[in-house]
Design a protein around this ligand. Sequence first.
Ligand SMILES: [Ca+2]
Length: 235
Amino acid sequence: MSSVGSADSIIFQTPLISEASLKVFGENIIMAKKSHNQSGLSLLEIVVTLGIFSMAIVGVSTFITQSYKANLFANEQAEAIENARTGTDIMVKEIREASPAENGAYPIEVANDQNLIFYSDIDSDELIEKVRYYLDGTNLIKAVTDPSGFPPEYINPAQETIISRYVQNGTEPLFYYYNADYPIDTVNNPLITPAAVNNIRLVRTYLKINVDISRAPDNFILISNSQIRNLKDNL
Ligand SMILES: [Ca+2]
């Protein structure tokens, strides 16, 4: 009996231990499986997330770079236009005040497409300077020669300054010249260059400004007119 009993108890006890052990073991397996499955999914998720994140970073970087470039172009273009505008305003006033030179020369000496030489008191010191505006590549240059000696001569070295950069006229004229019959006379105007200086009454400056030649649609055109006061026919 006891043996049976013990056998029973053995029989009885063994399943108890086995069941518990199996349960724990089974849970461990399930947990291990779960754990294994979780780590697998996480790795996949990490890869996918990293992929998406990388694409997002590239996208954001590209956007920021393009925005920065666009902004940089806009700022540089605005600055170039402002400089050209300021330079042109001064140039227009100086051309308007063109006067006979200290040595008696005619107010305008050379009137070509991209080269204008005239005389004007540009610094209000009651002496007439010789002024030259010309295009050198994409730079609009101003060259000023002070008179000296007696009788006065214009033999001093010219003081050159860059008035405007990024002038993209290429071969297009920087200056157009008009006679006293403009705007009625549209046949002879603008005058053929080099213009006969005696016929000039009005000078039109034409600047095409662009800091980046590859962005031609963004050309900024600056046009100004100078009616030369001392050459008006009614004086
Ligand atoms: Ca002067």
